[in-house]
Design a protein around this ligand. Structure first.
Ligand SMILES: Cc1ncc(C[n+]2csc(CCOP(=O)(O)OP(=O)(O)O)c2C)c(N)n1
Ligand SMILES: [Mg+2]
Length: 666
């Protein structure tokens, strides 16, 4: 592990002037001195967890100084030097760590888990890997807009074992994105040494496998880091492509302060202590007479003064006041819905045609909208929704992706950070599991955490009745309706689908847009052929009656309609929810108060589905109006099976009519 590092640091200043060298030094000293102070505050219980980057400062500082300020950086938990070198006022960092309002997350997330557009920094989420794909998205935006900018993203060597790393590097290489992948190999991932983490010699070797240039750099040598990255960045700006750099360094303290370093061999620690990036560079500058003793003292005093002054500002700041309304209001970015009414004549369209036409018109409306998905370009997608799109909009905006749901959802997030819009087509809704983490942890929480919109729509071809078995038939909306920060749309008709898709794309929040495969070609309706929008959170009342309220959505709507057609004596309110998050509770309550009886029909299996929550809401809000217990009808508590007779038995449809009649007879 240590072979590629020299035992003493030799600095080759090349043509760097003294001012630059001194700046490199000062910029390394600042995070070092802040950390020393933080360790004291930690012991005094004045800040929570601390992840130390002591010994790794040359990487953060060298890379940051090599980039332009407009270029995005996506740091990790040990990259304090990035934040300080980008000159974020220290009191704001201190407020962030104390969970105060002048920080970056209103006390909602800790340590370095934040981003700031003001400084072009996008902080990590705890899961480490996802930001690698986010960097791809930012770089894609830069490429599409011909900005000639580099995006630098960081990971530890431990994080390189995550699938996100592989996916992100592969996508960046296939798409030739201007990303600088920086791996800080500091010997350990928590307590795990590198020989239990990976088996190649250098992580840089992996570059070859992705068709990507890669380099090993002495991460403790600030001059080497700075000059090498500066050169690489210039080259990437001229000729966009990803490059992988492995910085060899060492983690001099515990994973976080409480966990210690008992498992690290003493000799290893001692040998790396001799390579301290700050002390060695300081000694070099003094030897070269670039830094005098007097200057050194003055610089340190000035930084310590700056730290203390800023700490005082943060300590003086009052604690955050908890306020339920503020919290709830920040989960979603405010979106002012604009009604666009259809003007044109209508045409009979199948659900699939309506979605395709709607998507096409949104591509025309939003020049910054990019669609990504497997086989969606020339092939037109497995359901042919994007057939002809490449011809109309070009391959830059209609992007075939490798099979890597995580990286593509993350890339959608990156596009959004860079001010663009993304629609990601899941080939089947079932496959969203391979990109689940970025959906529920990244997209969903971004606005709440640091006010960053996730302007991404995930199209989700879903549902059973197509004899496709457990992995191509699920309707998995419940995984998302329970996650604050996501919106969930589930139309049952072509007209609704077209208008709601337009709104989903206009809305800057992350939207899961469910499209039932069994309805794609079986449901037809007269649909306006020009662009129009429909509002979220408004159910439609398809039938009116006084005996019972039927609440459903998706395929359930058509099952209920069929049942009512076959039983003309039943007088029911039939509510098609259309969107599940936001949910039109008022429409539900109004009807329940009128009929006194409610049945909720969902295609998903019962437990934990949205029918249960709707039932609970009705109990809580309409109890006095109820003449019977609220009834739920759902599919069996099994995975969805393949062969017709089993699938039919599984489906809620077969049990609905009987349940409805039993409720009416109650
Ligand atoms: C998905 C996930 N698994 C596990 C963890 C717990 N964890 C946090 S940091 C870390 C070690 C990371 O090691 P490395 O990538 O080498 O970065 P370093 O801490 O050494 O800088 C682990 C295991 C996590 N945060 N997320
Ligand atoms: Mg590590």
């Amino acid at each position: 592990m240590l072979t590629s590092i020299r035992s003493t640091i030799t600095f080759d200043k090349k043509n760097l002037d003294d001012k630059t060298l001194l700046n490199l030094y000062k910029n390394m000293l600042r995070p070092r001195l802040i950390e020393e102070k933080m360790l004291i505050l930690l012991r005094q219980g004045k800040i929570s967890k601390w992840f130390s980057g002591i010994g790794q400062e040359a990487i953060s500082v060298g890379v940051t100084m090599a980039l332009n300020k407009e270029e995005y950086m996506l740091p990790m938990h040990r990259n304090l030097g990035i934040f300080t070198t980008r000159e974020i006022p220290l009191h704001r960092l201190f407020s962030q760590w104390q969970g105060k309002a002048n920080g970056f997350t209103k006390g909602r997330d800790r340590s370095f888990h934040f981003g700031t557009q003001e400084y072009n920094i996008v902080g990590m989420i705890s899961h480490l890997g996802p930001q690698l794909g986010v960097a791809d998205g930012i770089a894609l935006a830069s490429l599409l807009k011909n900005k000639q900018q580099v995006t630098a993203v960081f990971t530890g060597e431990g994080g390189t074992s995550e699938g996100d790393f592989h996916e992100a590097l592969n996508v960046a290489s296939v798409w030739q994105l201007p990303v600088l992948f920086c791996v800080e190999n500091n010997g350990y991932g928590l307590s795990t040494p590198t020989n239990e983490q990976y088996r190649c010699k250098d992580i840089a070797d992996r570059g070859k496998g992705y068709g990507m240039e890669s380099f090993v750099v002495d991460g403790n040598n600030i001059v080497e880091v700075y000059t090498k990255i500066k050169k690489l960045a210039q080259s990437i700006r001229k000729r966009p492509r990803p490059i992988l750099v492995e910085f060899k360094t060492f983690r001099m303290r515990g994973h976080e302060e409480a966990s210690g370093t008992k498992y690290v061999p003493k000799e290893l620690m001692q040998s790396w202590a001799k390579k301290d990036p700050v002390e060695n560079f300081q000694a070099y500058l003094k030897n070269e007479k670039i830094l005098t003793e007097k200057q050194e003292v003055a610089i340190k005093e000035a930084i310590i003064h700056e730290i203390n002054e800023n700490l005082q500002i943060a300590f003086d700041e009052k604690p955050i006041e908890s306020n339920v309304t503020t919290e709830l209001n920040d989960v979603y970015k405010p979106f002012e819905y604009k009604e666009v009414s259809p003007k044109s004549k209508t045409e009979e369209l199948r659900l699939i045609d309506a979605i395709s036409l709607g998507l096409k018109q949104s591509m025309q409306q939003h020049k910054d909208l990019v669609i990504m998905g497997q086989d969606i370009a020339e092939y037109g997608g497995v359901f042919k929704i994007t057939d002809g799109f490449v011809k109309a909009f070009g391959k830059e905006r209609v992007r075939n992706t490798p099979i890597c749901e995580s990286a593509i959802v993350e890339a959608g997030m990156g596009l959004s950070i860079a001010g663009m819009k993304a629609v990601v087509e899941m080939q089947f809704a079932d496959f969203v599991t391979s990109g689940f983490n970025p959906v529920v942890n990244y997209l969903a929480k971004s606005h709440y955490r640091w006010n960053q919109q996730a302007d991404v729509v995930l199209r989700m071809p879903c549902g059973g009745g197509v004899a496709a078995g457990p992995f191509h038939s699920q309707t998995n909306e419940a995984w998302f309706t329970k996650t604050p920060g996501l919106k969930v749309v589930y139309p049952a008709f072509p007209y609704d689908a077209k208008g709601l898709l337009a709104t989903a794309i206009n809305d800057p929040n992350p939207v899961l847009f469910f499209e039932h495969k069994a309805l794609y070609r079986s449901i037809r309706q007269d649909v306006p052929t020009d662009y129009y929008t429909l509002p979220f959170g408004k159910a439609s009342l398809l039938k009116e009656g006084n005996d019972v309220t039927i609440v459903t959505y998706g395929a359930g709507v058509h099952w209920a309609l069929e049942t009512l057609d076959n039983n003309s004596d039943i007088n029911a309110d039939l509510i098609d929810l259309r969107t599940l998050q936001p949910l039109d509770t008022e429409a539900i309550y109004k009807s329940v108060r009128k009929t006194g009886k409610t049945i909720i029909l969902q295609e998903d299996s019962m437990f934990g589905g949205i029918a249960s929550d709707i039932s609970a809401l009705i109990m809580e809000h309409c109890f006095e109006s109820l003449d019977a217990p609220v009834k739920r009808v759902a599919s069996l508590e099994t995975p969805i099976p393949f062969i017709n007779q089993l699938e039919e038995q599984y489906m809620a449809k077969g049990r609905f009519e009987e349940a409805l009649k039993a409720l009416l007879a109650y």
